[in-house]
Write a protein that binds this ligand. Structure first.
Ligand code: ADE
Length: 251
């Protein structure tokens, strides 16, 4: 899979992409990540990439010409590649969106900066607009890195253990169960007995129940869409879960 990132701050990407899983995924040829400086596509002696907003007001707006020129140069004749604008106004990035994006062979990510990006980029160039959360970042760069990371780890061959993504709580729509490693007792705090029992069925049940309990306590909203078995529902009911909210009727 190929990522092309358009940014005014390419230096922000050195480091995060060169460690750990993203580094390995690139070395194995599973992903290639290309960082492009929007300024390289600006014209004129000063290579200006932003300007004052029409209508007045503070701040600067990113100009459309260098962004269009960059995308057109990078994609050439290639069609059907998602061109994603990162902004707080976009649709919310979730595990489902990561899965959807991971099915493409190529993605273009445009990192907005300053007060905003000229609306014509949004209307006539971008095919999608994504926000990584309900807060405002200084620009789309960190959001682009989040998307690259979350999408890359879903690609076959990136994680060592093929069960790893499958077991991810979010794959089931639940939060993670607690993890423990040696020592069995640390400062008097013991690892739950069941994990030392060697009884794999009991361990699987305990983990599932812990994931359900944690999700109910911290993110009950996730239970609305989670893939739950009858046994899960019975367990949650014993913890006081009232079931999917009455606005939904698909259970
Ligand atoms: N740019 C600024 N804030 C952002 C956010 N929350 N998500 C994506 N891009 C952004």
């Amino acid at each position: 899979m190929r990522f092309d990132v358009l940014t005014l701050f390419p230096g922000m990407f050195t480091g995060p992409l060169e460690e750990s899983i993203l580094k390995r995924a690139q070395e194995r040829g599973i992903v290639s990540i290309h960082i492009h400086n929007i300024r390289d596509y600006a014209t004129g002696r000063h290579r200006i990439t932003d300007d004052a907003p029409y209508g007045g007001g503070g701040g600067m707006v990113m100009k459309p010409e260098p962004i269009f020129a960059a995308v057109e140069a990078i994609l050439g004749d290639e069609k059907n590649v998602p061109i994603i604008l990162l902004s707080p106004q976009g649709r919310l990035f979730t595990h489902e969106v990561a899965k959807e994006l991971s099915r493409h062979h190529r993605l273009v990510l445009i990192c907005g900066r300053y007060e905003g990006v000229d609306e014509r980029v949004r209307e006539h160039l971008a095919t999608d607009e994504i926000s990584i959360g309900d807060y405002v970042l200084s620009g789309g760069e960190l959001a682009a890195m989040v998307i690259i990371d979350a999408v890359t780890r879903l690609l076959p061959g990136v994680l060592g253990d093929p069960g790893a993504t499958f077991e991810d709580s979010y794959a089931w729509g639940l939060l993670e169960y607690p993890h423990y490693t040696r020592p069995a007792v640390f400062r008097g705090w013991a690892v739950p007995e069941v994990l030392l029992s060697g009884n794999h069925a009991a361990i699987a049940r305990w983990r599932r129940e812990q994931a359900l309990k944690r999700t109910l306590e911290r993110r009950p909203d996730l239970l609305e869409k989670a893939r739950l078995t009858e046994e899960d529902r019975a367990f949650l009911a014993r913890l006081g879960w009232k079931g999917p909210s009455s606005s939904r009727s698909d259970t």
